[in-house]
Design a protein around this ligand. Structure first.
Ligand SMILES: [Zn+2]
Length: 557
């Protein structure tokens, strides 16, 4: 649950279920509050399900929405943490994420697999019908595992065949009579075909006659090749959480030119969120998250419903024109914003902002070896074809720059270079930093390659420091508290991050539960733990460039 874009107000949302064949049961025992809907814009992905509030606490019972069988179980230190997937007769799969524990049919299967694989992180695909669940049967307790930033249930409904996550609110109807809210409308200049450029935006306000309208009386622009964008949110109750708006339609002079609906977004297309939305820094203190209502050169096949001219507005005169936005939520509540706008001058498609003789056709594989740098951009990685500028000063300053910085990548590209002589001894430890990312190298002879998810600045660094391991559990503390249930180790790594670890108790491999967001590896005492005598813990940890550290702690029972 990302709290960043949310108002911390929780209001109960009372929900009732569909009639007819699809009467799914409610998946959690907590009050019926949804704190995140499908299609919400999150860092690097759309939200692919619903977040159910668990009152900021863990251990609420989580239930299967329908009869079926457990088809997948996953335990991860990141992502959904502990999750259960249930396949149903109707071909849908329901997913329950960030769990704290599994029910008594699932838990032993997980534990066996963890010991068999000697890994806390496991993924199991049980045989169909080997672990059956009834409708409303308890599958586990809610939690905060994985990348969750606060206790809640992450819930999804997927198509069982394609595994595409569906919008669950098409299967659970909810009481919602609140119209979506549009806070701002904006325009992009699309004259540069290699990249849309944010142009201007206008606040929307409630007028005296109780209608919402653009605050400014006249919207006058200086460009004639335009794309429309909006910022807004939806609520189920007047003071409820702010969710994303399900669907938007744009009309230019009363003709529909664009529409999208947030549903059926394939996992392979999740990073499209970076192209679809943009956090625009209007001033130093004002950032606005826009959703763009125009279509890039390449895009996920099913993302858009309809469009003409790729949603582009091509003005051929300097008269006023009408723009209408219709924003619709999952319950068909609609907010309409209408306004008139014009341009002072007409223009034609212009020169791209990146003026380069190196050109990437987004439909084709691109490869270049120049300036002692190799760049490989697979076909269908960029959403627009664009010029490319790059500088390699690895040898002198340790830096690489590749422009355009704002190009969004659907997946990854590869950059590589020959290792400068002064780094040759440590070539396997050479990491590339970009923003908050630290990338480990793929070493090939005397060259290193990196799989990158963005362009811009890259800085070379050496990761020669092994993970740090500590524990606050001392013999004194352990002796004092007879009911100690667990021992935790704090494991941190400065640059490349933890790749793997092994925890041993009296020379036997044991499960150390890894909570990556809190840098904690925890051993929980259970019926197999030694009852008396010495407890010799050994924790081995290795980072992503192979630096290793062993940590020992002995506790006496
Ligand atoms: Zn979620």
């Amino acid at each position: 649950m990302s709290l960043k874009f949310k108002i911390a107000v929780i209001i109960l949302v009372f929900l009732h279920l569909h009639g007819g064949s699809q009467t799914y049961a409610w998946p959690v025992d907590s009050p019926r509050v949804i704190t995140g809907n499908y299609g919400e814009i999150r860092p690097g992905h759309f939200h692919t399900g619903l977040d159910f509030s668990t009152n900021g606490k863990i251990n609420y019972a989580v239930y299967s929405i329908e009869e079926g069988y457990v088809s997948r179980i996953k335990v991860s230190s990141v992502g959904y943490g502990r999750s259960v997937y249930v396949t149903h007769k109707d071909g849908k799969v329901s997913v329950y994420g960030h769990l704290n524990s599994f029910n008594s049919n699932i838990a032993p299967v997980v534990k066996n697999e963890q010991y068999a694989k000697r890994n806390y992180e496991i993924e199991i695909f049980p045989k169909p019908f080997s672990i059956k669940v009834k409708k409303h049967e308890y599958v586990g307790l809610s939690g905060n595992s994985g990348a969750s930033t606060g206790p809640h249930l992450h819930f999804e409904i997927r198509d069982g065949q394609t595994e595409v996550p569906l919008n669950p609110l098409e299967y659970f109807s909810i009481q919602d009579t609140v119209d979506p809210t549009i806070t701002e409308v904006g325009f992009y200049n699309l004259a540069d075909t290699s990249s849309p450029h944010y142009l201007a935006s206008y606040k929307v306000e409630l007028k005296k006659n109780k209608t919402y309208a653009v605050k400014k009386d006249s919207v006058i622009l200086n460009q004639g090749i335009l794309g429309f964008a909006f910022s807004g949110f939806d609520q189920f109750t007047p003071k409820g959480n702010t969710n994303n708006i399900f669907s938007a339609k744009v009309y230019f002079d009363d003709r529909l030119i664009y529409s999208h609906t947030l549903d059926n977004i394939d996992f392979a297309d999740q990073r499209f969120v970076n192209e679809f939305s943009e956090l625009v820094e209007k001033t130093k203190t004002e950032k606005v998250l826009f959703q763009k209502c125009f279509v890039p050169t390449l895009h996920p096949l099913n993302f858009y419903d309809q469009y003409k001219n790729k949603g582009r507005i091509l003005l051929t005169d300097t008269n006023f024109h009408k723009l209408k936005l219709s924003a619709i939520d999952e319950n068909a509540n609609e907010r309409v914003i209408e306004f008139y706008f014009k341009t002072r001058k007409l223009n034609y498609y212009g020169k791209p902002s990146i003026n380069s003789d190196v050109y990437v056709d987004c439909r084709k594989d691109f490869m270049i070896a120049k300036k002692k740098l190799q760049i490989y951009i697979p076909a269908n990685t960029f959403y627009y074809s664009t010029g490319l500028i790059f500088e390699n000063t690895i040898e002198s300053t340790g830096k690489i720059i590749i422009l355009p910085t704002d190009a969004n990548l659907r997946t990854t590209s590869i950059i590589g270079f020959e290792v400068p002589p002064k780094y040759m001894r440590n070539k396997s430890k050479l990491v590339l930093k970009s923003g908050s990312n630290v990338l480990p190298p793929i070493v090939n002879h005397d060259s290193v390659f990196y799989s990158v998810k963005n362009l811009g600045w890259f800085l070379l660094d050496q990761d020669t420091i092994a993970p740090q391991i500590k524990t606050q559990m001392t013999q004194l503390l352990f002796k004092k508290n007879k009911k100690t249930e667990s021992v935790s180790f704090r494991v941190t790594d400065e640059l490349s991050g933890i790749k793997k670890y092994n925890l041993f108790l009296n020379d036997k491999w044991v499960i150390g539960e890894y909570d990556a967001k809190n840098d904690l590896i925890t051993y929980f005492f259970d019926e197999d733990s030694p009852k008396t005598g010495d407890l010799n813990f050994k924790l081995e940890a290795e980072d992503r460039v192979g630096n290793k550290n062993d940590f020992f702690r002995t506790l006496k029972r």
